[in-house]
Design a binder for this molecule. Structure first.
Ligand SMILES: [Mg+2]
Length: 217
């Protein structure tokens, strides 16, 4: 799928890329609306619509990904509720094998995520994947979401990768667009971020379903 001789850094998204998005979708579309609806006397459909209204207005910003923000808005401890679905936190097919293989081949591996620090810690704890990563970058620490050009500028200041020799894998098309605009040369989109749902459109980007198809060597 890619020419590994031409790549020395791989940037990887977390939710929907290394990890199954099933957990996040279940949480935001079922679990949280259930808890919120019970308190507000709303049906699950009404609660889901109310939460979707609030979250879609913040899409592409850091607040969208900030658990503290939603805890404040919804008056619920979102990080604590997150933990109740912990059993659904799973790596996507062959993701761990892929990370091991990158290390064997001496390719620098950096996780770049919009996820909140509490969410990252929780998922690292559940999967143990941190040992396979050279670095973990949280967008909140950089002050920009990955959809914003500021993120890529700041990332390059603290993690000096060569954009011409870098691959980004992400399930968010807006993020791939932003990285392309900034100059990241190799881009792949995840075709099935949520194992419980049908594949998604990847626009002009080449799609990746199983990491077994991307193993170097
Ligand atoms: Mg993602």
């Amino acid at each position: 799928m890619v020419e590994w001789d031409a790549i020395d850094t791989v940037l990887l998204d977390m939710d929907g890329t290394l990890l199954d998005l099933r957990y996040d979708n279940q949480f935001w579309l079922d679990h949280l609306p259930g808890v919120f609806g019970a308190r507000e006397n709303l049906s699950i459909e009404q609660a889901r619509a109310a939460i979707l209204d609030m979250t879609s207005a913040r899409q592409g910003t850091l607040e969208f990904y900030c658990l503290d923000h939603w805890s404040k808005v919804l008056q619920l401890n979102v990080a604590e509720l997150n933990a109740e679905l912990g059993h659904l936190v799973q790596m996507r097919p062959n993701a761990e094998r892929f990370l091991r293989s990158l290390r064997t081949h001496g390719i620098r591996t950096v996780l770049v995520t919009n996820s909140h620090r509490d969410g990252i810690d929780f998922k690292m704890d559940k999967t143990g994947m941190e040992v396979h990563l050279d670095r973990v970058i949280c967008a909140h620490d950089l002050g920009f979401a990955k959809e914003q050009q500021g993120f890529w500028r700041r990332l390059h200041e603290i993690e000096p990768f060569d954009p011409d020799r870098t691959l980004l894998v992400d399930d968010n098309i807006s993020v791939l667009d932003a990285a392309a605009e900034w100059g990241v040369r190799y881009l792949l989109a995840v075709t099935r971020p949520d194992s419980g749902r049908a594949p998604v459109e990847t626009g002009s980007y080449a799609g990746l379903d199983d990491f077994a198809h991307l193993l170097p060597g």
